[in-house]
Design a protein around this ligand. Structure first.
Ligand code: DAK
Length: 260
């Protein structure tokens, strides 16, 4: 698939997906969602890619929400299929076997905040702004915001943001746990790439198992989730990287992982 609204690049072992409709502040229409869906598949299927970054092109926005121009005239049946496809796409992102970092360079509103929340970690530029303003448009978050926001920052804060519709800045987002780190805008991509490159050096099966245990375990009972952890951890012992990691430790040298 060729892309009109995103830029897909691979450098080293890291793929970067950049939303690229800067004139509309990277608002997500259905075509862009299809491209994101496809790009996530490319990250999954490209064995040379070990980690991914999602960001926004242009100076101002990560993604300023779902495209209001497109949404405004939607019939319920169209809204339903747009939402269902978006949910599938973001779940693919969330459950991808490789780590994904959102580099939030500006506005992450509505659907933009929801995309960032489906990533594993979020790094933000100092000027980034977050919010779920859907209620002001007469709707509610429709791409997982009512669920993922509460899981990330707690139910009370999620309600405050979703009913209140106020934007918060990067510092407040850091305070409440919505983002992991903040950088000056001109350092955001370099720092995100540095972190992604570090993750790409980790033994990939261990990263995959850690992600599976956390992503799929989160909504289980503690007992079931711990069981899942046991299974995931035990499987790591089938890899050459586990043998090498432990051998290297005992030999007091840096491990050389092969991804097997
Ligand atoms: N959609 C379409 N165009 C948008 C847009 C958006 N979300 N956000 C900005 N733009 C466009 C503006 O219309 C403007 O276009 P022109 O007038 O130049 O043609 C251009 O981007 C520049 O925006 P501004 O002139 O407004 O720029 P400012 O710096 O003054 O303001 C802003 C920046 C981010 C504060 C402002 O643009 C803004 O408030 N944007 C809208 C934020 C927002 O409400 N986002 C939508 C959240 S709702 C569902 C599916 C999805 C969802 C829910 C349900 N189902 C299918 C049911 C998700 C919904 C949302 O994401």
């Amino acid at each position: 698939m060729s892309y009109a609204n995103i830029i897909y690049e691979v450098e080293g072992f890291v793929a970067t997906i950049a939303f690229n409709r800067p004139k509309a502040l990277n608002a997500m229409n259905s075509d862009t969602m299809k491209e994101l869906h496809d790009a996530i598949g490319r990250v999954r299927n490209d064995e040379s890619v070990k980690a991914a970054i999602i960001t926004g092109a242009g100076e101002k926005a990560f993604v300023a929400g779902a495209d209001i121009v497109q949404m405004q005239a939607m019939a319920p049946v169209d809204a339903l299929s747009f939402m269902e496809f978006a949910h599938e796409t973001l779940r693919n992102l969330e459950t991808l076997s490789k780590p994904v970092i959102a580099a939030v360079n500006g506005y992450a509103l509505g659907g933009g905040c929801e995309i960032a929340m489906a990533c594993d970690v979020r790094f933000a530029a100092e000027k980034a702004r977050f919010g779920q303003p859907e209620v002001l448009l007469g709707i509610i978050p429709g791409w997982g915001g009512t669920q993922r926001l509460a899981r990330l920052v707690g139910l009370g804060r999620a309600k405050e943001l979703i009913y209140g519709c106020e934007q918060i800045d990067a510092r407040r987002a850091l305070e409440i746990g919505l983002v992991n780190r903040i950088y000056p805008g001109d350092q955001l991509m370099a720092e995100t790439r540095k972190f992604a490159a570090q993750l790409a050096e980790r033994p990939p099966f261990a990263v995959k198992m850690a992600k599976q245990a956390m992503t799929f375990g989160y909504d289980l009972s503690l007992e079931s989730a711990n069981r899942l952890e046991v299974e995931c951890c035990a499987q790591c012992f089938s890899t050459a990287d586990q043998k090498e990691g432990m051998k290297a430790f005992l030999e007091k040298r840096k491990a050389i992982f092969t991804g097997r």
